[in-house]
Design a protein around this ligand. Structure first.
Ligand code: HEC
Length: 148
């Protein structure tokens, strides 16, 4: 009888620890993901930066967004099925450098764009999204991820 109880406890502790560690890594810890994508894309590959993006770059970025991203993130990046990209919350670090990596490499639930968009077009759409930061378009989706 004792043996059965001990076995049961060991098995349930094992399974609950698996469940908990999986959940926390999915929701909180993005550092491994970020490290992995940083290895795959050299940041120097992008020549457009947030600081040097011209109005033409931003305009091109908005066209790229409408064509590729709006169906999941909403027309104004306000969020739809996919997260609102404009509020203070994000699942992944929303810095200019990191957002380019997310778009280039995709995530578990988002396609990768490195074979579809040039490095500079990825930078242009990122610059466009950054110009909209802090705006609250109609129907904006609630916060997801942590506050940055
Ligand atoms: C098929 C739907 C889909 C498309 C198309 C898509 N995304 Fe996403 N995107 C997602 C989902 C879902 C997430 C949430 C992250 C996750 O679950 O892995 C996400 C996350 C992001 C994030 C990180 C948000 C955060 O909270 O950290 C950025 C930035 C982003 N997408 C930008 C873009 C851009 C720019 C495009 C177009 C070039 C694009 N996405 C196209 C579904 C999509």
């Amino acid at each position: 009888m004792k043996v059965i109880v001990i076995t049961f406890l060991t098995v349930s502790i094992f399974f609950s620890s698996c469940f908990l560690s999986k959940k926390s890594s999915e929701v909180e810890d993005t550092s491994e993901f970020v490290e992995e994508v940083e290895k795959k894309v050299a940041l120097e590959a992008f020549s457009v930066t947030y600081e040097n993006a011209t109005p033409q770059d931003i305009q091109k970025g908005s066209e790229i967004f409408a064509e590729n991203c709006a169906r999941c993130h909403g027309k104004m990046a306000q969020g739809k099925g996919a997260p609102n990209l404009l509020d203070a919350h994000a699942i992944y670090n929303p810095s200019f450098a990191n957002m380019k990596l997310i778009i280039a490499n995709g995530t578990e639930h988002m396609p990768s764009y490195k074979n579809k968009l040039s490095d500079n077009d990825i930078a242009r759409v990122t610059a466009y999204i950054h110009t909209l930061f802090g705006t609250v378009p109609e129907g904006a989706k609630g916060p997801q991820g942590k506050q940055w």
